[in-house]
Design a protein around this ligand. Structure first.
Ligand SMILES: Nc1ncnc2c1ncn2[C@@H]1O[C@H](COP(=O)(O)OP(=O)(O)OP(=O)(O)O)[C@@H](O)[C@H]1O
Ligand SMILES: [Mg+2]
Length: 237
């Protein structure tokens, strides 16, 4: 299986100062990879570097076989097949659900059917202004919009932010289905650690910019103590 994303010895951060150090990570087609860790660990920084919003300070980054992304033209990386759902969801509140999906790259009726197949709850909302949707509906729209671009690599930053656990429990299996059915590689940043471990194939735990635990999700799930200590007393578990 060829990797969609290969990261080796990556240092990334802001104004030349690294906050992520010597990161090794890979994501293959059809895989869900969870990137976990406490606040400030470097999860968002990692995703932003992969999508070309932040420059590589040192190390290797290969995205979809095309090398490192262009920081001058991150949209080129997006066009190649990288979709990034950022922490703030970045949907257009004044536009309708349908218009938001169209901006995501939705062109054909078939694409819309695909998105609605994953998120049927969006169908009756298609002509509603996105700003009027609930948090969970907005998150479905954000992921649906990312899907409309038919990505090969999908990165989702804190899908569960502000959502009730029951909503997260419903959304995460959809992410699993997307990986299984569309052969998309998913890099998932998630605060609901236990829920993420249920849908992920593999896991990396970052702390202070370094990988402190990595391995198959099933293995990490079984070793709660290792996971807990990797968070250094954080209460998210
Ligand atoms: N624009 C910025 N300029 C300078 N430092 C930043 C900037 N954004 C984040 N940082 C710092 O980089 C480190 C990693 O932040 P990052 O946002 O990647 O963490 P995170 O793992 O996504 O955390 P959270 O779970 O809170 O979202 C933190 O110490 C943070 O303060
Ligand atoms: Mg973050």
């Amino acid at each position: 299986m060829s990797d969609l994303l290969t990261v080796q010895g990556l240092c990334a951060g802001y104004d030349g100062i690294a906050v992520v150090h010597d990161l090794d990570l890979h994501v293959g087609a059809g895989e869900v990879v969870a990137l976990l860790g406490p606040n400030g660990a470097g999860k968002t920084t990692t995703l932003s570097t992969v999508s070309g919003l932040l420059p590589v300070i040192r190390g290797e980054l290969d995205v979809l076989g095309a090398g490192p992304p262009s920081t001058r033209r991150p949209q080129r990386t997006a066009r190649r097949g990288v979709a990034h759902v950022p922490e703030d969801r970045a949907i257009f509140h004044e536009l309708t659900v349908r218009e938001n999906l169209r901006l995501g790259g939705l062109q054909h009726g078939r694409d819309l059917d695909d998105v609605l197949d994953y998120f049927p709850a969006l169908e009756p909302l298609l002509d509603r202004r996105a700003g009027l949707l609930s948090g969970g509906e907005q998150q479905m729209l954000a992921v649906g919009r990312a899907l409309a671009s038919r990505p090969r690599l999908l990165m989702i930053d804190e899908m569960s932010l502000g959502l009730a656990p029951i909503v997260v429990e419903r959304l995460l299996p959809v992410v699993r289905r997307i990986a299984d059915e569309a052969d998309v590689g998913v890099l998932l940043v998630e605060q609901h650690v236990h829920l993420a471990l249920e849908v992920a194939d593999r896991v990396y735990v970052l702390n202070r910019g370094q990988v402190v635990v990595s391995g198959p999700a099933a293995q990490v799930r079984d070793d709660a103590q290792v996971l807990e200590s990797s968070y250094l007393g954080s209460t998210v578990l």
